[in-house]
Design a protein around this ligand. Structure first.
Ligand SMILES: *Cc1c(COP(=O)(O)O)cnc(C)c1O
Length: 369
């Protein structure tokens, strides 16, 4: 094992400690530490502006808005989703007693393949839950056309898509609702945290009730809600991080461009280029290994890098459809998901964050020279 410093796949964007301290002082002075406090309201307003969305509701993490969105829209029966994501996407369905139906992905963006959705629709289907994987926008237009034709709701797990825009418009406005994660590992973090984006005030109101036990006022509970409110301390941290997220994204873009220049002519390695008209957030840098051409399997490369303290991650391997809870589902078979299986077996996400030095980048790229 190398004794060089560990290069991790991500590194949390941290606010300035002195600035954070002075905001903590304000919270201490106010003695209002959660329940829609001042920083909570400020952060919702600032995020709605930054993200170019009409309404947003903050949550304690990125999993609860998924669960709550399904509750809010009374989604039942079967929901069509992708196996190529973080497990929380499918767990949210399970927690609502909904049967996940996996549909294969499109290799050009690793999102659900719209041309395969219709064949998976049954009389029990009520919604589609796609993921903007790696922050690469799904084909939202094609997905909406199918949803409209069959009367289905669309909930996007947009955990990777913070700040992503298509032709100057937020990708978070697609579908009925989108959810975000502000976990420490994401482009923008509030340590733990998340949000739901919605398109009208009535829905925002309903979600705000649901994330506070269903309380509409002191004496009225309108639904069996949950507790997923963001506290003042993390809202303050989030306000500070919002000021520096653009420079963090710019730093990530620089890393992505260096990786691309270096890897473009490496036999057996492919990766994504920027899409025209899209503002990317460079949340991940996945590469795909053709073992025959590269002369090494993905796993060999992964472990060789690890030996040198360079920690890539195999996002997303194994597929969600391979986990014990889900692998018995008919839609989880390898035959139903050939593209997702192939990508899961060949993908490696290289270290990608705002704090990578040129020397760090070189230590990553050494494995391709
Ligand atoms: C991170 C992530 C989540 C879960 O978010 P948490 O904030 O960790 O609960 C959900 N879906 C995807 C695709 C994610 O990457």
């Amino acid at each position: 094992m190398s004794d060089e410093k560990q290069i991790t796949v991500t590194s949390p964007l941290l606010p300035d400690l002195d600035e954070f301290n002075s905001m903590l002082k304000e919270i201490w002075d106010r003695k209002w530490i959660t329940n829609n406090g001042s920083f909570h309201r400020q952060l919702e307003k600032a995020l709605a502006e930054y993200l170019k969305v009409p309404y947003i509701s903050l949550f304690t993490n990125g999993t609860l808005p998924l669960i709550t969105a399904l509750q809010a829209m009374r989604i039942t029966g079967e929901v069509i989703t992708t196996p190529y994501s973080f497990v929380a996407t499918t767990h949210a369905l399970w927690w609502n007693g909904i049967k996940p139906v996996f549909v294969d992905i499109d290799p050009t963006n690793c999102g659900i393949d719209p041309s395969k959705i219709e064949a998976a629709i049954t009389p029990k289907t009520t919604a589609i839950m796609p993921v903007h994987c790696y922050g690469k926008p799904c084909d939202t237009k094609a997905i909406q056309e199918i949803a409209d034709k069959y009367g289905l709701k669309v909930i996007y797990d947009a955990a990777h898509a913070f700040g992503v825009e298509v032709e100057g418009k937020s990708v978070l406005n697609a579908g009925d609702m989108s959810t975000l994660s502000f976990h420490a590992t994401k482009v923008y973090n509030t340590i733990e945290g998340g949000a739901m984006v919605m398109q009208d005030e009535k829905t925002k109101q309903r979600i705000d009730y649901l994330k506070n036990f269903g309380f509409a006022n002191e004496t009225t509970v309108v639904a069996p809600g949950i507790n997923s409110k963001m506290d003042e301390i993390r809202a303050a941290y989030g306000l500070l991080n919002l000021r520096q997220v653009d420079s963090a994204i710019a730093a990530r873009r620089r890393v992505a461009n260096i990786y691309r220049d270096a890897l473009r002519n490496v036999e057996g390695v492919t990766f994504f280029d920027d899409m025209p008209g899209v503002r990317h957030n460079y949340s991940y840098f996945p590469i795909f290994i053709d073992a025959t051409k590269f002369g090494k399997t993905r796993d060999r490369l992964y472990f060789d890098m690890k030996e040198n303290n360079v920690l890539g991650r195999r996002y997303f391997y194994p597929l969600i459809s391979e986990f014990s809870t889900y692998r018995g589902l008919p839609s989880a078979s390898r035959e139903n998901l050939p593209v997702a299986n192939k990508i899961a077996d060949t993908v490696l996400c290289l270290p990608m964050h705002h704090d990578l030095s040129d020397a760090d980048i070189e230590r990553v790229l050494k494995h391709f020279r």
